[in-house]
Design a protein around this ligand. Structure first.
Ligand code: SAH
Ligand code: SF4
Length: 356
């Protein structure tokens, strides 16, 4: 695999191309002009363009398939240089905003859900990504390219801010070095300029890695995939719970530096007759006591032969109301793109079935 030019922070690029101001020009071509190739970088000398062409690939990803949902979300299946595939999703959300004249207008905000690995080692029972096992970590450039490509393909202007959630395929904290560097490259002022507080890391709860990430004090937001309130059930759903139980996760979250105005998100995948009862909601309230938390309830999204069932909307509402009435902020994730194989790994699996 050829290294990608998207692997580098601006400082690193400065070390590689001389004179130093060239790095800023290259950054501008890539992240602001969305250049397709090095040859298009008009203000670079010919020999530098040739050198870049020889040493690097600009975008290491190719789009294999796109599915668009009726609600506007778009899911992209990408092939890497070695032909492994993975997914990213663009989630547009309309927000009402008041302008300077007090008039209410609607504005679209974008969130991009990115993958961090091809496959995953964690092996959660409800997750399709787990089924294919672990293939490899994504490189920094492959993480960056997901956002760059989605912005470009959807004509999202360079100065439009997007939010990033590391909730695609893979466990981000199991690819810590590349994750931390990707956070920095995303944040580059002359690049995509995506602030750390616009980046949310979702983890299955690798407590030791949460502590490590916390010590780096990057300012990113944290989301914990909790999904169960007692170790016995969590262990059967998420084998990683044997190594890092619920208590260890809660302790790691309590030690994690978080902006005063922000909250730690707890994702709770709701499965019918398994964890959708009020007894679980009660336990969840107790568990989160003393944490500035926000719970996001997720409908389980069934796939062919999945052993779990989607909960009823009645039980979801009941669960949500119980939490809110007991002082825990709770929302139900709008089931964005149910018709486009929404949960992680589902588009990839579908493509495999259809091709075979
Ligand atoms: N590995 C990380 C981030 C990627 S998974 C983590 O587990 O947090 C992103 C989210 O997709 C997780 O919260 C996971 O629980 C959810 N997910 C997996 N399979 C799903 C399914 N079938 N239906 C709905 N959500 C699912
Ligand atoms: Fe990996 Fe997350 Fe899927 Fe679990 S839910 S197998 S941690 S991607």
């Amino acid at each position: 695999m050829k290294p990608s030019i998207l692997d580098f922070t601006e400082n690193e690029l400065t070390e590689k191309v001389k004179p130093a101001f060239r790095a800023k020009q290259i950054y501008n071509w890539i992240y602001h002009q969305y250049a397709d190739n090095f040859d298009a970088m008009k203000n670079l000398p010919k020999d530098l363009k040739q050198q870049l062409e020889n040493d690097y690939i600009l975008n290491p990803l190719k789009i294999v398939r796109i599915e668009e949902s009726s609600d506007g979300s778009k899911k992209y299946l990408f092939a890497c240089q070695d032909e492994f595939t993975m997914e990213a999703v663009l989630l547009p959300m309309k927000k009402e905003v008041r302008n300077e004249n007090g008039k209410i207008t609607s504005e679209t905000k974008y969130t991009i859900c990115v993958s961090s690995q091809v496959g995953c080692k964690i092996g959660c029972a409800f997750c399709l990504t787990a089924k294919e096992g672990f293939k490899r970590n994504l490189t920094v450039g492959e993480i960056i390219a997901q956002v760059l490509t989605l912005k470009k393909e959807n004509n999202i202007a360079q100065n439009r801010r997007v939010n990033i959630v590391y909730m695609g395929m893979g466990e981000p904290l199991d690819n810590m070095d590349n994750l931390v560097k990707a956070i920095k490259v995303f944040n580059e002022p002359n690049g995509l300029a995506i602030g750390v507080r616009r980046q949310t890391i979702s983890t299955s709860g690798l407590s030791r890695q949460i502590e490590k990430l916390g010590k780096l004090d990057l300012g990113v937001l944290l989301a914990i995939s909790l999904h169960a309130v007692d170790d016995e059930l969590r262990q059967t759903l998420m084998p990683i719970n044997k190594a890092y139980n619920i208590e260890s996760i809660i302790n790691a979250v309590k030690a994690f530096p978080i902006d005063q105005r922000k909250r730690v998100m707890f994702e709770y995948l709701v499965m019918k007759d398994l964890n959708d009862d009020i007894k679980s909601a009660k336990k969840l309230v107790k568990l989160l006591h003393g944490i500035k938390a926000k719970v996001n309830l997720i409908y389980f999204n069934p796939y062919p032969n999945s052993p779990f069932k989607r909960p009823t909307s009645h039980d979801m509402e009941k669960f949500k109301n119980f939490l809110n009435e007991h002082g825990v902020l709770c929302t139900i994730r709008q089931s964005k793109g149910l018709d486009i194989s929404a949960a992680c790994g589902q588009l990839k699996e579908k493509t495999k079935y259809e091709l075979s």
